[in-house]
Design a protein around this ligand. Structure first.
Ligand SMILES: Nc1ncnc2c1ncn2[C@@H]1O[C@H](COP(=O)(O)OP(=O)(O)O)[C@@H](O)[C@H]1O
Ligand SMILES: [Mg+2]
Length: 229
């Protein structure tokens, strides 16, 4: 098991309970959807995994890190192993595609030569070589999300968290993003993707964890779904 939530609750601002008593296990190599309407607590659940938010009660374990014992200086190490992509891409607008992806390794202090090789490798995998010198505003939403995926991938993460990754992407681009995530998962990366889009979830034979009002209301495994598709 690569992620484990034990009796996790998250209360914002004194009394707003965004997560209520979450128990959840994600295995190494899984692809799981986190499905639920706006406000269900999906983003909060993901933030707890990359430790952007700390649980109010309970304990989360991610890889070998526990929310109870992790030190501030370990958080960058955790974030190297857990990639995150967002609905709004969060690219650096003053850097081109190549430099956006490179930045993610520059901050880890990697050697220049290694960074160049690794970024070119990722650009090739994403079929984005021809866009390497362009700026975010010059490329489509789907391409921007691919750059964001590239930025996560150069760090060779064990886990990739995707928070509504197709929310700002047209249908064609969305399909491409989902295909990419499938390929990344097939190569071994564990993926947890939050979405409120039932059509995407329905079309794929992966585990579906359903959330509502900060609670898990359903958890259907991928194999069973595969038989019913
Ligand atoms: N930083 C915050 N401060 C206060 N309330 C928050 C904060 N972040 C989220 N919430 C509230 O927590 C609930 C869950 O939000 P969120 O995790 O963003 O859900 P989702 O991603 O499923 O839309 C919502 O009611 C939201 O308004
Ligand atoms: Mg959200």
């Amino acid at each position: 098991m690569i992620i484990e939530f034990k009796d996790i609750s998250k209360v914002y601002k004194k009394d707003w309970r965004a997560l209520n008593d979450i128990n959840l296990e994600i295995d190494k190599g899984e692809f799981a959807f986190l499905l639920g309407p706006t406000g269900a607590g999906k983003s909060t659940l993901l933030k707890i995994i990359y430790m952007d938010e700390r649980p109010t009660t309970g304990e989360i374990t991610v890889l070998n890190y526990s929310s109870k014992t992790i030190k501030g200086k370990d958080i960058p190490h955790l974030r190297r192993k857990v990639g995150v992509i967002f609905q709004d891409f969060k690219l650096l607008s003053d850097r081109n595609v190549f430099d956006n992806i490179a930045f993610s390794l520059e901050v880890t202090g990697a050697a220049k030569k290694y960074i160049k090789r690794k970024v070119l490798e990722v650009l090739t995998d994403l079929r984005l070589q021809h866009r390497r010198s362009q700026y975010p505003y010059q490329i489509s939403g789907g391409e921007q999300q691919k750059v964001a995926i590239g930025r996560a991938l150069v760090k060779e993460p064990f886990i990739l968290l995707a928070d509504e990754p197709t929310g700002n992407v047209d249908p064609e681009g969305s399909e491409e993003i989902i295909d990419l995530l499938k390929d990344i998962n097939a190569k071994g990366t564990t993926i947890l993707m939050a979405t409120h889009n039932l059509d995407i979830v329905k079309s794929l034979p992966f585990r579906v964890i359903s959330m509502e009002h900060g609670e898990i209301k359903g958890d259907e495994d991928g194999l069973r779904r595969k038989r019913s598709l």
